[in-house]
Design a protein around this ligand. Sequence first.
Ligand SMILES: NC(=O)c1ccc[n+]([C@@H]2O[C@H](COP(=O)([O-])OP(=O)(O)OC[C@H]3O[C@@H](n4cnc5c(N)ncnc54)[C@H](OP(=O)(O)O)[C@@H]3O)[C@@H](O)[C@H]2O)c1
Length: 249
Amino acid sequence: MNANDLDNRDRRGFLKAAGVAAAALALDGLPRAAGAASGSAPKTKIGVVGSGRVGGTLGTVWAKAGHQVMFSSRNIEHDKTLAARVGPNAHAGTPREAAAFGPVLLVSVPYRSLPDVGKELGSLLAGQIVIDTCNPFPGRDGEIANWAREKGAGLASAELLPGARIVRAFNAVGSFRMGAAHEQPGRIGMPIAGDDAEAIAVASGLIRDIGFEPVLIGGLAKGKYLMPGTPLAGERTPDEIRRIAATLE
Ligand SMILES: NC(=O)c1ccc[n+]([C@@H]2O[C@H](COP(=O)([O-])OP(=O)(O)OC[C@H]3O[C@@H](n4cnc5c(N)ncnc54)[C@H](OP(=O)(O)O)[C@@H]3O)[C@@H](O)[C@H]2O)c1
């Protein structure tokens, strides 16, 4: 079996292992600023759509942590070069191949590209766990960023990536710091938001695996606070995040 094969038994086994603590998270009552499910992640396959500063950095640290990663963008040569540099746990493919690669997909593109990504991936998104790092900036992304900010970035991403089980994360920490958290595991908190307990548990394990401590601030509607320029932005301890999150509407 090569790295592109998606074995449903592997996927089910991984989700079962990763989701052990998920049952404790009631979907209707996601705890405010709770510690997300504990424990790091079993080794898995992570597709990456958008292999720039964020996708390239996170894919690299996940590959170094033992996960299989497939980088993708609209430039396969860039992705092949990146994968070769990262090593044997890294692969390159098209965005559709990355979406079919494993149980988790990191989407990390400029917000204006999200409609195209949603259309291109289509039915591959159904039930897929997606970690969404994408931030809407009107100056960069145009009118869609105003729409997303009005709606709230989490809910807007869910509309643009229909069927995906989205967890917003890595939205307001600089990409240059994303590869450094493992130096002091647990010191830096990572605020996350999502509506799907299993997706939250899986994302939490992967976040913890690279040194951040995930802090669930609430459902996807709270994703509007996971952006630069909000009180949660920047590098904070888990306790600071919990304190700030408790003051948010
Ligand atoms: N930089 C940061 O510190 C930071 C921190 C937190 C969150 N964010 C957010 O995370 C997202 C990514 O940021 P970044 O700094 O990593 O951006 P970036 O360096 O510009 O990388 C964007 C990646 O997306 C790819 N891409 C663009 N359109 C695509 C499409 N339609 N299909 C497939 N791939 C596509 C680009 O490659 P091609 O154009 O060759 O396809 C590139 O690989 C943004 O929404 C940003 O606001 C950034």
